[in-house]
Design a binder for this molecule. Structure first.
Ligand SMILES: Cc1ncc(COP(=O)(O)O)c(C=O)c1O
Length: 425
């Protein structure tokens, strides 16, 4: 079929009639499918079922003389720290193991910097307007946290190698009000982009105008491959050390998409100076996190290699789902000029850019026919996609058969919205 933009008005009208007929058929099926969030499917949750029974005696709870059933150890048990240190390529002493959510730790870190001055600066909350750079499209909940604290969000375009570093350098190095940047450096949410070595090095070499500038390095998808072409991320910790910038990054990760989301274990890694600041706050905030859950994870995985092995099982479940999404996009939208997309090697999403001005319409068409997608605009700060084109597809949750139907509807809706737009011009 020809590119839509090259079709005559007559051809477009004809195409619209046939698409509309197909769409009405979908509607009559009363579908109820959800592709809105990056939630593991039940087959993935089953992979960690044995973790629920692996801890079953008093003896197992005594670790190096500490009874994990009791209060104590603010920053987590050593064996859990070792696993995160290995996965995040840093030292065990750089790790603080937290509760069940890395997003919660990011929220806490920002709350801490809002409230407690550091590097000899006033607390962020006393500095008037402050700004965060938001590589976009990005993770909606990062933007939500920033907005909650009243921090001004400045979008920075993503490129195939990570955020546009010319823009990042120019803003960070010349504007004292820029205090932070959100990064999902490996298999980014939603595009699945892994930052290139050059991008990581340029982050490590930043000379921020603000002494209290920090990089929020959310390595949520550090070991989440979905194809046989795993990507490698340069270690931000060693790069920053090379350039005397070891205090810049705050690194986060969790086992949410490894074991059980909401019941996993989260961690933060950072320099000793930063850690001292955060621990001062944690010391008042909690007596300690859930050591029994840490222990369950350690007994289940043994070590970081055990976690990596486990991720192969996730890959086996996820790969067919990603294949469905990619093959439907290729076969139904390829060559029509109505959408572009990235084909990721890992992470949890496929990011599709439909024709400019059509994302909201596509999401609405899908919703009216029973398929819920992440809201259009969600991948941009303040929910405002300047092109109204980006849509995040989350293939993990629905069973493959449902995903196929949902993708058929998605592709049909992308075409219908494009034809409507071209006819309206
Ligand atoms: C980039 C990113 N960071 C963090 C999270 C949430 O992680 P957690 O469950 O550890 O709070 C998600 C969940 O989708 C995510 O995509």
């Amino acid at each position: 079929m020809a590119m839509y933009s090259e079709m005559s008005r007559e051809e477009l009208l004809q195409e619209k009639l046939s698409l509309q007929k197909e769409y009405d058929e979908f509607k009559s099926r009363n579908l109820q499918l959800d592709m809105s969030r990056g939630k593991p499917g039940s087959e993935q949750l089953d992979l960690s079922l044995d973790m629920l029974t692996v801890l079953n005696s008093k003896e197992q709870c005594i670790v190096n003389g500490t009874d994990c059933r009791n209060y104590g150890i603010l920053d987590g048990i050593s064996s859990m720290k070792q696993i995160f240190a290995d996965l995040l390529e840093c030292g065990e002493d750089d790790i603080m193991v937290g509760g069940n959510s890395s997003l919660n730790m990011m929220f806490d870190a920002i709350a801490c910097m809002m409230h407690a001055g550091f590097e000899g600066c006033e607390p962020w909350e006393k500095q008037g307007e402050i700004k965060f750079l938001c590589p976009s499209p990005g993770y909606d909940r990062h933007f939500g946290v920033t907005q909650y604290f009243g921090i001004k969000m400045v979008p920075v375009p993503m490129t195939p190698t990570g955020p546009d570093m010319d823009i990042v350098e120019s803003l960070v190095e010349n504007d004292e009000k820029v205090k932070g940047i959100w990064c999902v450096p490996k298999y980014s949410n939603p595009q699945g982009i892994t930052y290139s070595d050059e991008t990581v090095t340029r982050f490590a070499k930043l000379k921020p105008a603000a002494k209290d500038f920090r990089i929020m390095w959310d390595n949520a998808y550090c070991i989440h491959d979905v194809t046989d072409k795993p990507e490698k991320l340069l270690s931000i910790v060693s790069e920053c050390k090379k350039y005397g910038n070891e205090d810049l990054p705050l690194i986060f990760a969790s086992t949410s998409k490894i074991t059980f989301p909401g019941s996993g274990v989260a961690a933060m890694a950072t320099s000793p100076r930063n850690m001292a600041l955060f621990k001062k706050r944690y010391h008042f905030q909690t007596i300690g996190y859930d050591k029994l859950n840490m222990l369950r994870h350690v007994l289940f995985f043994k070590n970081a290699d055990g976690v990596r092995e486990h991720m192969k099982k996730h890959k086996a479940v996820l790969a067919p789902r990603f294949n469905v999404v990619i093959s439907k996009l290729r076969s139904q939208l390829g060559g029509l000029g109505v959408a572009t997309w990235l084909e990721p090697n890992g992470g949890y999403f496929v990011s599709v850019d439909v024709m400019d001005g059509c994302a909201k319409r596509v999401v609405a068409l899908c919703k009216d026919a029973g398929v819920v997608l992440t809201g259009a605009g969600a991948t941009y700060p303040y929910g405002e996609d300047p092109h109204d084109s980006n849509i995040r597809i989350a293939p993990s949750f629905p069973p493959v058969a449902e995903l196929e139907v949902a993708m058929d509807l998605f592709c049909l809706s992308a075409k219908l919205a494009a034809v409507e737009k071209l006819l309206a011009q």
